[in-house]
Design a binder for this molecule. Structure first.
Ligand code: F6R
Length: 610
């Protein structure tokens, strides 16, 4: 959610931190701030608004220093104002804190600290941490130790960084529930909430684990547990390039990511799909192969778009692999007291691998004895590390807040898992080859849909002023309707609902009049005729129909006002194709309405708080 950068070294920290914040801005963007040690005092600049507003503020009063920390905020406690922006300080501006997460016991701590004479300036939970460290430092002068003792009193979640005007040689970083990664350089070290703020400086990193803190100096980093035991550093390498987190000539990250899908879908199957043998190899699931093949039930868990991917997965797994499958919202699952046993296999689906609810669901499922596996994009993320095994979707960094390429890669991986299980449960090789060949053809078919973007842009212009949209689909395309509606509301702020097409008669049909755009996902599959009946029902009530239909469907033109063509495919791979025009439709409508496509209001890329 919020973005964190901390630097100590020989360079001026300010431009490096601001550039890092710019790269992290997709995580949270309602305010931003920096703190720099300039001489023997800490200089702070912070502001509600974007990193560009902070940059403009810094341009008017330049400051420099080789130790600094910075933050982009997504408000949890207190409105996005200048005062509530991070960094926050103790009473006299010596101890400075930036924080991602929620301190659940901040009210109790604040009451005690105020009674002890501390003066608070913001409404945030974070400020309490600075005052708590100030209080502890009355007895314990060592900064690292004072931070450790403060952390022991905090309830809730944090990824935080603390610096002090009295300690020009170090800062402290700590993690519980919110990711932090430490990058190692020559005579300099950087901490950030994700690797995209670090990759242009170094690719050698350590991902802090929950319950760990780091003392970061120019010439080295020591990592300790909160019990004060020093532990060896687990050093890893960042696997992506800086180009992957640039817009690369596109107007928006979202359009770049939509356009990348032929490649990202291919990457999800690369080395895993043995087309002519009708086989799938998923090395990441090898350690749990027996448990997977012995599973009595599969449970797919995620949030938002990842949950939609799970809904499609349910159709695939039940129909093709013939295994009972359920899909759960992570946020509901964790509080539902779910019945789980050792023969249940739970897949956690998450682009970021850091979503708080999905992570909590993982831990709950693990506690109850199920096998927990990840379908994750971000390599080294918490869900990936805490899963027993899993499959990376290899979509590369997704920066646009609205998820696009991750969705189609999640569907691709779910298709692979389905095929793996289907073969393991007796599907004949010649039947499987039909499916593996079709999956192999999907990237080229996505490419052909993208070539039709101009037509979708025209349709978007026609509907840019609509107040509402309905998306209808059946079978595995019902989740696609949900995803189409979610994309539209996220970035264009148009109210949109997705429904199973036949359910329309049970309520939403009351909404239909000559101003209601209705998007039908209507491929020529086994239930095409049923969808056509639903189209007729909308047409009879003068709804404005946009149909996603196959290239060889001649009848649709007479029923729909607008038709967007997609190639034919085998039914259960259809969602991978059908969602692409819906992504483009939302994108072009949002652009036509002039919204901030990559950073829509109120949203954050990775929801690391409950
Ligand atoms: C929608 C979107 C969100 C995420 C959801 C889960 O465009 O991006 O709905 O899908 O917050 O995030 P991950 O997949 O990172 O767990």
């Amino acid at each position: 959610m919020c973005g964190i950068v901390g630097y100590i070294g020989k360079r001026d920290s300010v431009p490096l931190i601001v550039e890092g914040l710019r790269r992290l801005e997709y995580r949270g963007y309602d305010s931003a701030g920096v703190a720099v040690l300039a001489g023997d005092r800490v200089f702070i600049a912070k502001k509600a608004g974007k990193v560009a507003d902070l940059q403009a503020m810094l341009d008017t009063g330049p400051v420099s220093g080789t130790l600094g920390i910075g933050h982009t905020r997504w408000a949890t406690h207190g409105e996005p104002t200048d005062v509530n922006a991070h960094p926050h300080t103790d009473c006299n501006g010596t101890i400075v804190v930036i924080h991602n997460g929620v301190i659940e016991n901040f009210r109790a701590l604040k009451t005690t600290l105020m009674r002890d004479g501390h003066t608070f300036t913001s409404e945030t939970d974070t400020e309490v941490v600075a005052h708590l460290i100030e209080e502890i430092r009355k007895e314990v002068s060592d900064l690292g130790e004072a931070v450790r003792l403060a952390l022991l009193q905090l309830e809730g979640t944090y990824g935080l960084v603390v610096m002090s005007a009295e300690n020009p040689e170090m800062f402290v970083a700590a993690r519980k529930g919110s990711p932090l990664v430490i990058g190692y350089g020559e005579g300099e070290n950087i901490v950030a909430s994700d690797a995209s703020a670090i990759v242009e400086h170094t690719r050698t990193v350590t991902y802090l684990e929950d319950g760990q803190m780091a003392i970061v100096r120019r010439d080295g980093v020591s990592i300790r547990t909160l019990d004060d035991a020093e532990i060896p550093k687990a050093v890893e390498h960042i696997s992506f390039d800086v180009e992957q987190i640039e817009k690369g000539g596109f107007d928006h990250f979202m359009l770049k990511e939509i356009s990348e899908q032929p490649e990202t879908i291919r990457n999800a199957m690369r080395g895993r799909l043995l087309v002519e043998r009708g086989e799938v190899v998923l090395g990441g699931l090898q350690p749990v192969r027996d448990k997977l093949f012995d599973a009595q039930r599969i449970i797919l868990i995620g949030c938002g778009t990842s949950w939609h991917a799970g809904l499609v997965g349910e159709y695939m797994l039940e129909q093709i692999a013939k295994i009972p499958t359920e899909v759960e919202y992570a946020s509901e699952f964790r509080y539902r007291n779910p019945l789980l046993g050792p023969r249940d296999v739970v897949f956690l689906i998450s682009q970021s691998g850091e979503t708080a609810d999905t992570l909590a669901a993982l831990r709950e499922a693990k506690k109850r004895g199920a096998t927990v596996l990840g379908i994750v994009n971000v390599v080294g993320s918490t869900i990936a590390r805490e899963s027993e095994a899993g499959v990376y979707i290899h979509a590369g960094p997704e920066i646009g807040v609205a998820s696009t390429k991750a969705f189609t890669s999640q569907l691709t991986v779910l298709s692979l898992i389905t095929l793996l299980l289907a073969r393991g449960r007796g599907m004949a090789a010649q039947d499987a080859v039909v499916l593996t060949r079709e999956l192999d053809a999907i990237p080229a078919k996505v490419k052909s849909i993208l070539e039709n973007a101009a037509r979708i842009r025209e349709i978007a212009r026609e509907f840019k002023d609509a107040d509402h949209f309905l998306y209808l689909g059946r079978g595995a395309n019902f989740p696609v309707a949900l995803e189409g509606a979610l994309k539209l509301k996220e970035i264009s702020y148009i109210h949109a609902e997705g429904y199973p097409a036949a359910e329309m008669k049970h309520g939403p049909i009351a909404l239909i009049d000559e101003r209601m755009p209705v998007v039908f996902i209507a491929p020529k599959d086994a239930i095409y005729d049923k969808v056509v009946s639903n189209i007729q029902e909308v047409k009879a009530r003068k709804g404005r129909i946009i149909a996603i239909a196959n290239e060889d469907d001649q009848d649709i033109e007479s029923m729909a006002e607008f038709v967007i063509r997609v190639p034919r495919t085998y039914g259960f791979f259809g969602p991978i194709l059908n969602v692409v025009p819906l992504q483009l439709l939302s994108y072009f409508i949002a652009v036509a309405r002039g919204t901030n496509v990559d950073q829509p209001r109120n949203l954050a890329k990775s929801v690391t708080v409950e």
